[in-house]
Design a protein around this ligand. Structure first.
Ligand SMILES: Nc1nc2c(ncn2[C@@H]2O[C@H](COP(=O)(O)OP(=O)(O)OP(=O)(O)O)[C@@H](O)[C@H]2O)c(=O)[nH]1
Length: 601
């Protein structure tokens, strides 16, 4: 039984720009509250996926319940919801925030306010949070707490007089943070006697327990063995376990209002648990659902194909396993003449794509080819119908298209003054439209509208390189607009290579087409006949390269009769063949696809 009075509960998130020290602070809070021993602290506990740890970024929202004996003599329950820092996972931030009453806003005192600091703060303000600014890394000689304080007031627009100066690394003033949580954040409100209303904050698959659901109880009590009902679809389940993370799972009898914890109810897949849904008691249901939050929609799609066709089944299984834990990731079967059988997969953004791809390679041991990422276009046909296009290869013939719309984003870029010029040039080159440009001291904040299509290829990389790594970037989807878009097909000896076709604005078509043809020319080995590589829009060729013929006999070098040597060479050639794709008469090595797909035009 948990009967902590509401006045002794505080639910909070930590929001920060990437690398400003959110996870380090979370670990310190856990350690200070006695949740873990020094030895257990060796790894950041909240970042529990390998890839997260390696890249030092937080992906999945995690939660932990702390017990803090405050200076006022009372012991408080502090529920910490971790939030991811990367733009791709903004929706996970919003759902964590919906479960809390307040936020710690962590700003690196040596770096100042960055693009994601702002984006996250706005989400916290939307969620009606009380926000406590925390200036971290005060131990660094480059820390400028006074300036950053001023920045928070000017740029973020919240008072920063009583921002708390800390070093999450050395542990300096962690008590100050804990006291601020207790004294400055409001306790949750709720009625233990009302019908149950619990927000489904997250769910994931555990190999032993099945689906685990993270909940925030708003009203009523969520009890073990009770029958719950999902308000979105009426599905009922019997609760097998109720508990909290401290940070290990600790079973309890029930969760009361204001509490954050987990339940497990023999649910088969996370797809049955709609995030944002309201859970109620089947016997005494609530009359109204809680306000949910926006569902996550994949905005970037690409094809994933096994290099070895025999791995197709394994790929299907692996994708299914990943999906068990990540309902925001989508996949459907796809066939490509160039790459064989594979899957068209939808992601929340480029980082999400990269993470899934990396997990497939690393955890599932798959060798994959990914086609160029594409956004979701809206096609209006001349016959009046409308459709969404996830794959450039499926684009209908130009004569059937009335118009095409593409998704736009609203991007916020913060950058030191001296690098502003090249950043603006980059945005303009990518068809960006400036919305706003303001200064905070020597830092500029540029707000641009940009077509997502221009951002998915290499925008981050370019932005980082033109600003020497100093620019920070955040974006939100910002509607669709009609645009003059064309599909560029790549033809090898007149055969279209579907995996290489892509959609671009007409003004960029020729440059990109030429760049791909040029790359392929260097990558496709000469063969016994001439090979023409062309880029075309419909029937019109816009770029062309030719690879001259060559006669090649791998065994020619082996004069004399060294048969074993000869055989070895032939075997080697066969091995090489596995990695080739037959294209009409032409064989294209996998490496050519990989390189051609890395577009940097
Ligand atoms: N000098 C100093 N370094 C710190 C402090 N806090 C964190 N760091 C370092 O800053 C880096 C980033 O810290 P993290 O806690 O991983 O940052 P994060 O905000 O959680 O990053 P994401 O999980 O990627 O969003 C790490 O190398 C930390 O060791 C601090 O108070 N002082």
């Amino acid at each position: 039984m948990t009967d902590t009075p509401l006045s002794l509960i505080r639910n909070f998130s930590i929001i920060a720009h990437i690398d400003h020290g959110k996870s380090t602070l979370a670990d310190r809070l856990i350690q200070t509250c006695g949740g873990l021993t020094e030895r257990e602290m060796t790894n950041q506990v909240l970042d529990n996926m390998d890839i997260e740890r390696e890249r030092g970024i937080t992906i999945k929202a995690q939660t932990v319940r702390l017990s803090y004996p405050a200076k006022d003599g009372k012991t408080y329950v502090l529920n910490l919801m971790d939030t991811p820092g990367h733009v791709d996972f903004a929706y996970e931030v919003s759902r964590s925030l919906a479960a809390c009453e307040g936020s710690l806003l962590v700003v690196d005192a040596s770096q100042g306010v960055e693009a994601q600091t702002l984006a996250n703060v706005y989400q916290a303000i939307d969620a009606h949070h009380e926000i406590v600014p925390v200036l971290n890394k005060i131990d660094l000689p480059a820390a400028e707490p006074e300036q950053v304080r001023q920045q928070i007031e000017e740029v973020v627009g919240i008072p920063a007089d009583d921002a708390i100066e800390i070093s999450a690394k050395t542990g300096l003033n962690i008590i100050g943070v804990l006291e601020a949580l207790v004294t400055r954040l409001p306790p949750p409100v709720g009625d233990a006697d009302a019908p149950l209303q619990a927000l489904l904050v997250d769910s994931w698959y555990d190999a032993y327990l099945g689906v685990i659901i993270l909940v925030r109880v708003k009203n009523g009590r969520l009890k073990r063995h009770s029958k719950i009902r999902m308000m979105s679809n009426g599905a009922t389940h019997t609760v097998e376990q109720v508990g909290v993370f401290s940070p290990a799972m600790r079973p309890l009898d029930d969760l009361g209002p204001g509490e954050i914890g987990y339940i497990n109810a023999a649910i088969k897949t996370v797809a049955d648990c709609n995030i944002g849904d309201t859970i109620t008691d089947d016997r005494r249901p609530a009359s109204q659902a809680l306000p949910g939050f926006k569902a996550s929609i994949p905005v970037v799609w690409c094809g994933l194909f096994p290099i070895d066709a025999d791995d197709f089944e394994k790929l299907r299984e692996s994708l299914g396993k990943l999906r068990l834990n990540d309902a925001s990731f989508h996949f459907e079967a796809e066939t490509s003449a160039a790459l064989g059988f594979g899957y068209r997969c939808g992601f929340l953004g480029l980082l999400h794509l990269e993470i899934i791809q990396e997990r497939l390679t690393r955890e599932f041991n798959l060798d994959l080819i990914a086609t160029a990422p594409s956004v979701v276009y809206r096609i209006h046909r001349t016959n009046g119908t409308e459709e969404e296009l996830h794959n450039p290869a499926d684009m209908p013939d130009g004569s059937l298209i009335e118009s095409i719309e593409e998704p736009w984003i609203r991007a916020t870029i913060m950058v030191p003054d001296e690098y502003l010029g090249p950043v603006l040039t980059l945005c303009n080159d990518r068809r960006g439209r400036q919305v706003d440009l303001t200064y905070v001291g020597t830092r500029a904040m540029a707000v641009y509208r940009l077509p997502l299509n221009e951002v998915v290829f290499d925008f981050y990389d370019r932005l980082k390189s033109v600003s020497r790594g100093y620019a920070s970037f955040d974006y939100a989807m910002d509607g669709y607009e009609e645009s003059d878009l064309v599909r560029i097909s790549i033809l090898v000896n007149l055969e279209p290579v579907d995996a290489l076709s892509f959609i671009a604005h007409r003004s960029a078509a020729e440059t990109r087409g030429r760049s791909i043809c040029g790359k392929l020319k260097d990558l496709i080995p000469r063969q016994l006949f001439k090979i023409a590589i062309q880029a075309a829009i419909g029937g019109r060729v816009i770029a062309r390269e030719t690879i001259g013929a060559l006669s090649k006999d791998v065994t020619a070098k082996c004069y004399g009769g060294d048969i074993s040597r000869k055989r070895k060479l032939l075997d080697k050639q066969k091995e090489g063949k596995k990695r080739m794709r037959q294209f009409g008469k032409v064989e294209i090595p996998q490496t050519a696809f990989l390189a051609a797909l890395k577009m940097d035009a």
